[in-house]
Design a protein around this ligand. Structure first.
Ligand code: HEM
Ligand SMILES: [Cu+2]
Length: 608
């Protein structure tokens, strides 16, 4: 075996030394584990499925709750689209309801669906399994994290039922208008929104500390940081970002709650209305914008980085090839994460900021394009000459690359001050962010669900329904969002209830109807997908163990699907990265992470 290939000597007791000329291991290395570790085994139905401390169950709870609230977000978007496409036809949606729908839809999709799903859902399910741990390090705190999230969701929903209804301040909640009369929900709705967000942040922090510490402290023997699957890298980095960014949102929420309930003026300037001065004064609305976007921009990457990680793994497994430039992929994730903290004011180009300030933020924003482009090249180079299986997860992964590149390119437009200023608050922006942080991450969510569903349930999702789901969603997303770029160019403003009869917008009428029809079709296809999820749980085709022939540890547990404690009697020992596919010199098509070198003596495996 030559120098550049691995000669990792750690072997477990279970080594099969009968294969070939391999000498038995010199020393026996015990699995890295305290024998009496308390696992909080569930004793009843309630502690097993409801108040569970098993990260896998918590992950599924997060996933189901996020999906349920996401469905509300979807239905709200139908209401808006019906109004925009056929303004005189549907009288149930007045201007106030439209504003409220925009706000609740935006907040649901960004926070309660995508953030909760990627970190709370996939994070909980996958981190312990993928790093070779029995569970999260603080299972009880992890359980409380989910229940906090649920309370946050319930408070959020309760605002639909209070006098004045939910807030209509826009998902950015800018003061002073958010808490002044005239904005829908300015009395109760906004306060419930702020409380719900605060609870979300507190709950997330409990979960987030778990994810970070589990990755740093509970990896199994041999699982070096660079051998962690990119999925874990993505979720881990996103969690660090969230732990640093959410506090800004939390303080902004607390301060605005005080402004609203106690009459403080953190964000409230001197305001005159109808010739009368309100009791506010001295506060800064722009301060709120800084706090909001200091959270808000990293939030984009809190959603994007897990998607980057997961899609890398999907591409590698379903193209049977190692990730091109794995180390570079890790560093790109970390660098993008770090840079995402110095670009926030690109959301504030029209706030009247000093032009030099804008220049600084445009520069940092465009620099992010470099590591991001590297990632895209590496995905493409991973596919290059791969043995591409057009499975449903692969289709969604390809769909992600296309939509992400599309949204990234319009991001380059908007990152430049002089181009952003005329496009600001138009449908071009709506098209951009839906592509880059709506559709692209959702493509990964869907791909990931088709990929890991067999692991969770032991059954496959219906593949025919899956193909329909992919094609309608992918083509439909373009039907919805591509024309919106054009609407932006002709000046259609965002957050407008009706375009009225302005002559220069008449060319948008037909397009708006087309978009609405497409949105309804895409929406109903998601219902079909949910139907697939629920029926396949009992009736789906049974999946054999490790159906995609993946290498990462979650597929190599003694029980399939994995049970509480994940790895049975002994934790696995890891010898390699998870990307040993089609390894030269090996007769095996893939080599799981826990296969010792003695079992693949001829494989030319890189040192990782
Ligand atoms: C088929 C799916 C979707 C449709 C049809 C849809 C439709 C819409 C519509 C009509 C608006 C209002 C635009 C306006 O009047 O300014 C909107 C706003 C928004 N959407 Fe979506 N959306 C979808 C999915 C998503 C997803 C997955 C996300 C996740 C990031 C998302 C995030 C937002 C945000 C942040 C806003 C802005 C809210 C605001 O301006 O305060 N949407 N969407
Ligand atoms: Cu941003």
């Amino acid at each position: 075996m030559s120098e550049e290939y691995t000669n990792n000597k750690i072997e477990t007791k279970a080594v099969d030394s009968s294969s070939g000329s391999y000498a038995p291991p010199i020393e026996k290395v015990p699995a890295k584990e305290a024998p009496e570790q308390e696992l909080y085994h569930a004793k009843s139905f309630w502690t097993k499925w409801v108040f569970s401390q098993d990260a896998k169950v918590i992950g599924v709870q997060y996933g189901l709750t996020a999906t349920a609230i996401g469905l509300i977000g979807l239905v709200l978007s139908w209401g808006m689209r019906l109004q925009l496409g056929f303004p005189e036809t549907f009288s149930f949606l007045g201007p106030a309801t439209y504003y409220q729908s925009v706000t609740m839809h935006g907040m649901i999709m960004v926070i309660y669906l995508l953030t909760a799903l990627f970190l709370g859902g996939f994070g909980n399910y996958l981190i312990p399994l993928m790093v070779g741990a029995r569970d999260m390090v603080f299972p009880y705190v992890n359980m409380v994290s989910y229940w906090m999230f649920l309370v946050a969701v319930l408070v959020f929903i309760s605002s639909f039922f209070v006098p004045g209804g939910p807030t209509g301040a826009g998902w950015t909640l800018y003061p002073p208008q958010a808490i002044l009369p005239g904005t829908p929900g300015s009395e109760y709705g906004i306060v419930l929104m702020l409380i719900s967000l605060s609870l979300f942040v507190i709950g997330f922090t409990m979960g987030g500390l778990n994810y970070v510490i589990t990755v740093l402290q509970a990896r199994t023997r041999g699982m070096t940081l660079m051998r962690m699957p990119l999925t874990v890298w993505g979720i881990f980095t996103a969690t660090v970002l969230a732990l640093l960014a959410f506090p800004a949102l939390l303080v902004a929420c607390i301060m605005m709650t005080l402004d609203s309930l106690l009459g403080t003026s953190f964000f409230m300037p001197d305001i005159f209305t109808m010739g009368e001065k309100l009791k506010t004064g001295g506060g800064s609305p722009i301060l709120f914008q800084h706090l909001f976007w200091f959270f808000g921009h990293p939030e984009v990457y809190i959603v994007a980085l897990p998607a980057f990680g997961i899609v890398s793994d999907l591409i590698s497994v379903h193209a049977r090839k190692n990730i091109f430039g794995c180390r570079m992929m890790v560093w790109a994730i970390v660098i993008i994460g770090a840079l995402s903290f110095v670009v926030w004011a690109h959301h504030m180009y029209v706030s009247g900021m000093n032009p030099y300030f804008g220049f600084f933020f445009a520069t940092t924003t465009l620099i992010i394009a470099v590591p991001t482009a590297i990632k895209v090249y590496n995905w493409v180079l991973t596919l290059w000459r791969g043995n591409i299986h057009l499975t449903i997860p692969m289709l969604f992964a390809l769909g992600f690359i296309v939509t992400f590149v599309n949204g990234g390119i319009t991001g380059l437009f908007l990152g430049n001050v002089i181009i952003d200023i005329p496009l600001s608050d138009t449908y071009f922006v709506v098209a951009h962010f839906h592509m880059v942080m709506g559709i692209a991450p959702l493509m990964v969510v869907f791909g990931a669900i088709y990929h890991w569903y067999p692991l969770i349930t032991g059954r496959h999702l219906n593949q025919t329904l899956g193909k329909i789901h992919f094609w309608v969603t992918f083509v439909g997303a373009y039907a919805i969002y591509f024309p919106m770029h054009y609407l932006g160019f002709i000046g259609v403003p965002r957050r407008y209830f009706e375009m009225y009869d302005s002559p220069y917008m008449t060319s948008g009428v037909g397009l708006n109807q087309f978009i609405t029809v497409a949105a309804l079709i895409v929406g109903f296809t998601q219902i079909l997908f949910l139907y697939n999820i629920f029926t396949s749980w009992y009736k789906g085709e049974k999946s054999e163990r490790n159906p995609w022939k993946a290498n990462s540890l979650e597929w190599h547990t003694p029980d399939y699907p994995p049970t509480h404690g994940n790895f049975g009697k002994e934790l696995p020992v890891v010898y390699r990265w998870p990307y040993d596919f089609s390894v030269p010199g090996s007769d095996k098509e893939y080599i799981p992470q826990n296969v010792p070198p003695s079992q693949v003596p001829t494989a030319k495996v890189e040192i990782t």
